[in-house]
Design a protein around this ligand. Structure first.
Ligand SMILES: Cc1cc2nc3c(=O)[nH]c(=O)nc-3n(C[C@H](O)[C@H](O)[C@H](O)COP(=O)(O)OP(=O)(O)OC[C@H]3O[C@@H](n4cnc5c(N)ncnc54)[C@H](O)[C@@H]3O)c2cc1C
Length: 363
């Protein structure tokens, strides 16, 4: 019997497997396909990402550094309102490479990481969890004291355990052009209903164009308008769900969810890489596989850390739906240098942000 079986080896699955293995637990992590594939993510992250990686990661994964974002109420040729820091705010990285790197770290820590295993059923008992998976050699069964559901926005583990779903599932699309662009700004277009479209320069790796919106919105139509506006050819189209709004409960008797399965994302960007790995650390620190009552400590720990950020993130997202004249006014008034941490909206009231605002008013 394993101490932990981890389902899904994206950032939180790999991170939790690594941390639990480092703590001496017997860990099996199963991934349904090949780790990192298919790509459905921009890999735009705060520089905090490097606190979660190992030796040589930056040389291997880094693509571009970003100082800020130009916000547009309209499409590509509309007025730009720049928001920027006086230092690097974020990095654009190779997301497929990140997943592989994090999985390697989990393996090095002693976790048994297996690709090509799709979990199809989960049964909880008072003393263990049974996991059924389809592997390369047919159906296999595993037993664990605890189960970590890190299997993404459409989590099978969540369904099997009848855990509640996230509030909302946005539909995100991406495509890439071959432009060589080392600019340090991303462009954000508030043209998609309740969310936005984006352009991310990825250095030698080309430029990424993307858009996310709720179900019912004609995402493809809005995306084509974005591409047409930029007058560019794109290829390698891909798409994926973005969960927003965590459910009230992400733990059961002997299982817990981390990452997109638990909607541990930023409501105003959909970003989840950093929140999911931060939550994986909370899980690894709090959960003892021999003491199911410790699951409650995990629920408290990740919510204590991220709930206020997510609440504020919801308010920020509401601005995407304001009438256009109000958006112009607001962006015009607030644009300029900022001191906000992109993962921590509460830093809007931080000394560094206030300092940046004050230095503007002196200019
Ligand atoms: C278009 C788009 C752009 C994004 N851009 C960013 C960004 O720039 N920055 C950012 O921080 N976040 C971004 N995100 C969000 C980010 O991708 C997720 O928050 C992050 O990947 C969450 O990791 P996860 O492991 O929880 O889920 P996933 O990355 O979806 O990984 C889940 C893993 O579980 C596996 N799995 C699923 N079901 C099973 C099963 N039954 N058995 C075994 N394995 C299974 C999957 O194959 C997958 O490897 C973006 C998302 C989208 C859709």
């Amino acid at each position: 019997m394993y101490d932990f079986v981890v389902v899904g080896v994206g950032p939180p699955g790999a991170r939790f497997a690594r941390r639990a293995a480092e703590d001496g637990y017997d860990v099996l992590a199963v991934e349904k396909g090949t780790i990192g594939e298919p790509l459905a993510c921009s890999g735009h992250v705060s520089t905090d990402i490097w606190e979660f990686t190992g030796d040589g990661a930056r040389e291997e994964l880094f693509q571009n550094e970003i100082y800020g974002a130009r916000f547009h109420v309209g499409g590509p040729h509309s007025e730009a309102y720049p928001f920027y820091k006086d230092e690097v705010a974020s990095n654009v990285i190779d997301r497929v490479g990140l997943d592989r790197h994090l999985a390697d770290l989990a393996r090095e820590a002693g976790a048994d990481v297996r690709e090509g295993h799709t979990v199809t059923a989960v049964t909880e008992h008072h003393d263990r969890v049974e996991v059924t998976a389809n592997g390369p050699d047919g159906t296999v069964e595993f037993e664990a004291k605890m189960l970590a559901g890190c299997d993404g926005a459409r989590s099978r583990v969540r369904d099997e355990l009848d855990l509640p779903e996230p509030d909302e599932l946005l539909h995100g699309v991406l495509a890439f052009s071959e432009e060589d662009d080392h600019q340090n700004f991303v462009d954000v277009h508030l043209t998609a209903p309740t969310f936005f479209a984006w352009r991310i320069p990825r250095g030698d790796a080309g430029v990424e164009y993307g858009l996310a919106a709720p179900p019912g919105v004609q995402v493809t139509k809005h995306f084509e308008e974005l591409i047409d506006g930029y007058e560019i050819d794109v290829s390698h189209r891909c798409s994926g769900p973005i969960p927003i709004g965590p459910p009230d409960r992400v733990t059961s008797r002997r299982a817990f969810l981390i990452g997109d399965a638990a909607a541990q994302t930023k409501p105003f960007t959909g970003g989840g890489i950093l929140y999911s790995m931060t939550s994986a650390d909370h899980a690894a620190r709090e959960i003892d596989p021999d003491r199911p009552t410790t699951l409650a400590a995990y629920e408290h720990a990740w919510r204590d850390d991220l709930e206020r950020e997510q609440e504020l993130g919801h308010y920020l997202r509401r601005a995407y739906s304001l009438p256009e004249p109000v958006q112009h006014l607001g962006l015009g008034a607030l644009s300029g240098e900022i001191g906000v941490h992109m993962d921590r909206p509460t830093s809007l009231v931080s000394p560094s942000h206030l300092k940046a605002m004050l230095s503007r008013s002196r200019d």
